[in-house]
Design a binder for this molecule. Structure first.
Ligand SMILES: C[S@@+](CC[C@H](N)C(=O)[O-])C[C@H]1O[C@@H](n2cnc3c(N)ncnc32)[C@H](O)[C@@H]1O
Length: 221
């Protein structure tokens, strides 16, 4: 199966994930829900794994979270995160079906993941939170970073749809392509805010928008 595939996973594809691994179990739940393309399954999984290698615990804020798979995977990978909020201006109608399919497999998640239909600007962020966002389009990623930094919270973003007129390219487009310039400037901005920066990628056969930018406030010396 191509990992970048955009067709929806359904019960017919369950046989593609026959194993006992956590990933295969999540994939089968996603197939049962029948709500997401294969690409989003792999994006959420690969992003969440990398986030959890660096950041443990804390309330998860999955901003511009859509169906909220990222929030579910982040909690499955680290049960010390007691709760998660999935915030989206337009929560997909079938998001609940995805959540129910995952919770029926892992009942300990029941009541711990809430969907909030709101702008991310309306969410209160606290220093212990883990702010995460996959493919918040264009300047929405900049807003996610600003909200996290304002609260001095840990942050992880996988940007997409870079807007070269509204985001800061730092005048670097003569050297590197525009989206890369924007992401480099985002990393530099995080550093200026007193954050340690961690730059990773997820495999590019899933998505070419694969740069994962993570940051956490530097501890005072
Ligand atoms: C490309 S989708 C990404 C969804 C999900 N994170 C994923 O990876 O599948 C971008 C999402 O941002 C949401 N969105 C756009 N503007 C927003 C805002 N100001 N506040 C909250 N969500 C917003 C849209 O409704 C959409 O679900």
């Amino acid at each position: 199966m191509e990992r970048w595939g955009k067709s929806r996973l359904t019960e017919k594809q369950m046989a593609e994930f026959p194993g006992d691994t956590l990933f295969d179990k999540i994939a089968r739940a996603v197939c049962r829900a029948g709500t997401l393309p294969v690409k989003e399954l792999y994006e959420a999984w690969e992003t969440a794994r990398r986030i959890r290698r660096k950041f443990r615990g804390g309330r998860v804020l999955d901003l511009a979270g859509g169906h909220g798979l990222l929030a579910h995977v982040l909690i499955l990978l680290d049960d010390t995160s007691k709760e998660a909020l999935v915030v989206d201006a337009g929560v997909p109608k079938n998001a609940g079906r995805l959540s129910e399919a995952i919770i029926s497999e892992w009942p300990r998640l029941a009541g711990r993941i809430c969907y909030v239909e709101a702008s991310i600007a309306d969410v209160a962020v606290f220093p212990d939170d883990l702010v995460a966002s996959v493919h918040a389009c264009g300047i929405l990623t900049d807003e996610v970073l600003r909200l996290a930094v304002k609260a001095r919270a840990r942050v992880a973003v996988l940007p997409c749809c870079h807007d070269l007129t509204l985001s800061d390219t730092g005048g670097l487009t003569g050297w590197v392509n525009g989206p890369l310039a924007v992401d480099v400037m985002r990393a530099a901005w995080l550093r200026q805010q007193g954050y340690s920066v961690i730059a990773r990628t997820i495999p590019d056969d899933i998505t070419p928008k694969n740069r994962l930018l993570m940051g956490h406030p530097e501890t005072p010396v």
